[in-house]
Design a protein around this ligand. Structure first.
Ligand code: SF4
Length: 422
């Protein structure tokens, strides 16, 4: 005979079990208790009740490609190893032709999503961002373009001397389909001040989220954990996201993101443990009662932890993720090809005892006819505002500490060191 739910959670978490069974909202104090209890198994059990109530054994994944169009950035966030600096990654800025080339690497893969973010390069004009989106739609018609965090949106609006609403409207017209999470990391004035003071603050981030909701532009939410934030700040972040979701109803998914200290200014901090990874996924699932999906981003928390996470509240394993450049394997710069084949993604999910379900970016289950529409790139050029050759690698803002002689590490015309998934 199996253990009863009461035995699994124990006396300490019994009141939370009762709330979860009754689908009642958890309080800030409940969230803190879930962060601090040593009984991680019970936290996972509670999160799994919610996960299975919503999605059963289904685990979603998407076939996507990441394009990080520049690593030149004037925000200097202390937790970031991506931006170009002396002794770190060489600066690069993709031209539209380089973006076309990058997209053509996977021309035979039936991708449904292109995920595109970059640094804040003050030399990039407004038209570049619009043409970037148009270029993706030109090369892969029918694909979903998820692009630009809130900090990029603020920069794009600044470049265009337009309001946030106008910038979003123009990007939507160019082909933008949704906004990824990111841009705020954690909604805490203290952490903002200490780690990313040059980026937008919590209120500015929420204003971008509200503007996107007003225009019907779907978006995703994240939380970067494992640096200097406290349990209280994590719970507060989740409560603020929950309140914003009550207001807008516009978020599709929550993705807790594991901080990687290698090559950042916070290198002295230890990499978060599996306990921290699983707990943040489970607490997110339990606190965010108005979010449909919680994702485990395998590329940051590893495949084995993601397999566990599918029993700790996560119903989404992200995607095949080609060329993710924000974090680096084994702390080495330039190691940018990180991908699971389609077969490996399915095996990872099935081995964990879950049912793999391919989805599009809006969580519609994918049929083969839909995939065919995105399979073949169409190379008919669309009108562009101008050429961007002059913005190539080595151009920098006055406050940017990079070497001028560097070249784009991603434009070497490559052969991929893995089998392209079918
Ligand atoms: S996290 Fe983003 S905004 Fe901050 S330094 Fe890195 S690229 Fe720039």
């Amino acid at each position: 005979m199996g253990l009863s739910p009461e035995r699994i959670v124990g006396d300490e978490l019994l009141p939370i079990l009762r709330k979860v069974e009754a689908s009642q909202r958890l309080s800030r104090e409940d969230g803190l208790l879930l962060c601090k209890t040593p009984n991680l198994t019970a936290v996972g059990y509670l999160a799994n009740l919610v996960r299975e109530r919503r999605h059963g054994a289904k685990t979603y994944y998407v076939r996507n490609q990441h394009v990080n169009y520049t690593n030149i950035c004037n925000k200097f966030c202390k937790f970031c190893s991506f931006y170009a600096k002396k002794g770190g990654p060489a600066p690069y800025q993709m031209t539209l032709d380089q973006v076309r080339e990058r997209l053509s690497w996977h021309r035979d893969v039936p991708l449904t999503e292109i995920h595109m973010v970059g640094g804040i390069n003050p030399r990039l004009p407004y038209a570049y961002y619009l043409d970037l989106v148009r270029t993706v739609k030109e090369v892969r018609p029918g694909v979903h373009v998820k692009a630009f965090t809130a900090v990029e949106i603020v920069e794009i609006a600044r470049q265009g001397k337009v309001t946030i609403e106008q910038a979003l409207a123009d990007l939507i017209e160019a082909g933008l389909d949704s906004l990824p999470g990111g841009g705020i990391e954690i909604l805490s004035d203290r952490v903002h001040h200490e780690l990313f003071g040059k980026k937008l603050n919590g209120e500015e981030w929420k204003n971008v989220a509200r503007a996107a909701a007003k225009l019907g532009l779907k978006q995703y939410a994240t939380m970067l954990y494992g640096h200097i934030e406290t349990d209280e700040e994590r719970v507060d972040h989740l409560v603020q996201l929950r309140e914003l979701q009550d207001e807008t109803g516009n978020f599709l998914t929550m993705t807790p993101l594991c901080f990687h200290p290698e090559k950042t200014e916070l290198e002295h901090i230890e990499l978060p443990t599996a306990d921290t990874d699983l707990r943040n996924i489970a607490v997110s699932r339990l606190m965010l009662d108005n979010f449909e999906h919680v994702k485990s981003f395998w590329i940051m928390n590893t495949v084995p932890v993601t397999q566990m996470a599918l029993w700790y509240g996560a119903d989404d394993a992200d995607g095949l993720v080609h060329e993710y450049e924000i974090t680096y394997k084994e702390g080495e710069f330039g190691n940018k090809t990180q991908a699971l084949t389609h077969e490996n993604m399915i095996r990872m999910i099935e081995e964990a005892g879950r049912i793999p379900v391919e989805r599009d970016s809006l969580y519609h289950e994918i049929s083969h006819e839909q995939l065919e529409a995105t399979r073949r790139p169409k190379l008919t050029p669309v009108p562009m505002a101008k050429a961007y050759g002059a913005l190539g690698a080595g151009q920098e803002g006055e406050d940017h500490p990079v070497a001028k002689s560097s070249t784009d590490p991603g434009s070497s015309g490559n052969t991929l060191p893995f089998t392209i998934p079918k």
